[in-house]
Ligand binder design. Structure first.
Ligand code: ACO
Length: 429
């Protein structure tokens, strides 16, 4: 808490001092938790753009500088030097692991990669054309039935076991959803492979043939996983915290996060970007669609542009943009969608509308292009986002469970419905 205070004065002249919570980095935070009690009025903030719901030590974003830090390390440094599992350890524990801790953590995750055989049967219940996000959501939710009684959310050991299980099993479930979708048999995890390679193997291997994971593809996926691992209080993470704040089974809380991530304004944007690029078709149409995006009377938005927090280039987009070219070159792929994406990017970045509204490409503008180059179908893009973000959700859930200030999340509302009125019998309505 800092010495600073803000003063809130009512129209009647009543004043209260509001204390300031000084973050390590970032803007002052005015504490309003006593406003309703002391002042008899509450605050309104749709979309929570000006509301902090917790104190967190995990991730810091500076939206105007285009900066993203995990536990103090820049995303650029981590992508250049770390592996996804090392970043998972960092997010969960606050520090990078030494060699012994790293090996122990990796072995622990590897020991939990398999899913219960009965869980495989769940996939058979879905319709033949079920969206893999719908399957992921349902099957992760069902983990709560496999690990309900033994998950003691008050016990740190039990919470760590949940964390390892969740991070280990999410790629297996995601790959199973994909295999179910394309009618191929599930491929069991291979614990001798690293996290990204194992995932690619489960996606693309078939029992009938040898399959060798391409190391370029595995490296690109590992970097994408690091970039998507956490993003502080975004909609899906806030959902996990909100669900978790009620003391629910943590696997169910993660399923709630997956549900939120699916939306096209959030994780679903990477799928929407590729669909939109395909709809636009070729470069001759770029100008037309940029104009549609600028037209206030047209609901069309350029998917992959704009961000609630970044009012500058999304730092994740910068990393991924350079990878995009590298991966496509290494894999020998010449994708006209990338040319179209570059044309849209260039046109938008030079346009006054996008400049004035500070709309820059976000991470999803490029991630879909890499996923496509890796042979991953569009409807799996958000699933891959969920695989990467699982560690962020788990880290925030862990942090919240250990937080002494934790209370059930319960926002207020401005009631705009009818005043109290008498019941009217059906024959008189
Ligand atoms: N194309 C055209 N105009 C846009 C776009 C866009 N992609 N994004 C925002 N705008 C305009 C809005 O029309 C609005 O204009 P107005 O002030 O004239 O009304 C203004 O910019 C502000 O937009 P808001 O929707 O109020 O901004 P908000 O912060 O609430 O939304 C969001 C951010 C949802 C990401 C938005 O920019 C968007 O819909 N982008 C496209 C979807 C997308 O790429 N989502 C991925 C986000 S990243 C992630 O989840 C990993």
């Amino acid at each position: 808490m800092s010495d600073k205070t803000y003063t809130l004065t009512s129209p009647e002249g009543k004043s209260i001092e509001l204390p300031v919570r000084q973050p390590v980095l970032g803007q002052d935070c005015i504490e309003i938790k006593n406003v309703a009690g002391e002042f008899g009025a509450f605050t309104y903030d749709p979309g929570y753009a000006a509301t902090g719901s917790c104190t967190s030590e995990i991730t810091y974003i500076d939206g105007s500088a285009g900066k993203l830090l995990y536990r103090g390390y820049t995303i650029e440094d981590l992508c250049a030097n770390s592996s996804f599992l090392e970043v998972c350890y960092l997010l969960l524990n606050g520090e990078l692991p030494n060699q012994e801790e790293k090996t122990k953590f990796e072995t622990c995750v590897q020991n939990h990669t398999m899913i219960h055989e009965n869980l495989k049967n769940f996939f058979q219940g879905f319709r033949y054309d079920a969206h893999p996000m719908a399957m992921l959501l349902g099957v992760v939710g069902s983990l709560s039935s496999f690990y309900h009684d033994e998950t003691d959310i008050t016990d740190p050991e039990s919470r760590n076991l949940f964390a390892a299980r969740m991070i280990a099993k999410i790629p297996t479930i995601a790959a199973a959803a994909f295999k179910r979708n394309i009618g191929q048999p599930f491929i069991y995890p291979q614990n001798n492979l690293d996290y990204a390679s194992n995932f690619l193997n489960m996606l693309f291997a078939v029992p009938a043939e040898e399959y060798e994971v391409n190391p370029v593809a595995a490296k690109a996926l590992d970097v994408l996983f690091i970039l998507h691992a956490d993003h502080e209080q975004n909609a899906s993470t806030s959902t996990v915290r909100l669900a978790g704040s009620a003391g629910t089974n943590p696997y169910a809380a993660i399923a709630a996060g997956i549900a939120t991530l699916w939306g096209p304004s959030h994780g679903g944007a990477n799928e929407a970007v590729l669909n939109q690029l395909e709809m636009i078709g070729d470069m001759s149409q770029a100008e037309k669609y940029i104009n549609k995006a600028k037209d206030r009377n047209d609901p069309f938005r350029l998917m992959g542009f704009g961000h609630r927090v970044y009012k500058n280039f999304d730092p994740r987009a910068k990393v991924i943009r350079s990878y995009c070219h590298e991966v496509l070159n290494d894999l020998g792929i010449n994708d006209p969608m990338l040319d179209l994406a570059m044309k849209l990017e260039e046109t938008a970045l030079n346009d006054d509308y996008f400049a004035e509204k500070k709309l820059y490409p976000n991470v999803d503008f490029y991630s879909g292009i890499i996923y496509k180059a890796l042979g991953i179908p569009t409807n799996m893009f958000t699933v891959l986002f969920a695989v990467a973000r699982t560690v962020g959700w788990v880290a925030h859930w862990q942090e919240m469970m250990a937080d002494k200030e934790m209370r059930i999340g319960r926002p207020r509302q401005v009631y705009a419905g009818p005043e109290e009125r008498p019941y009217v019998p059906v024959e008189k309505r």
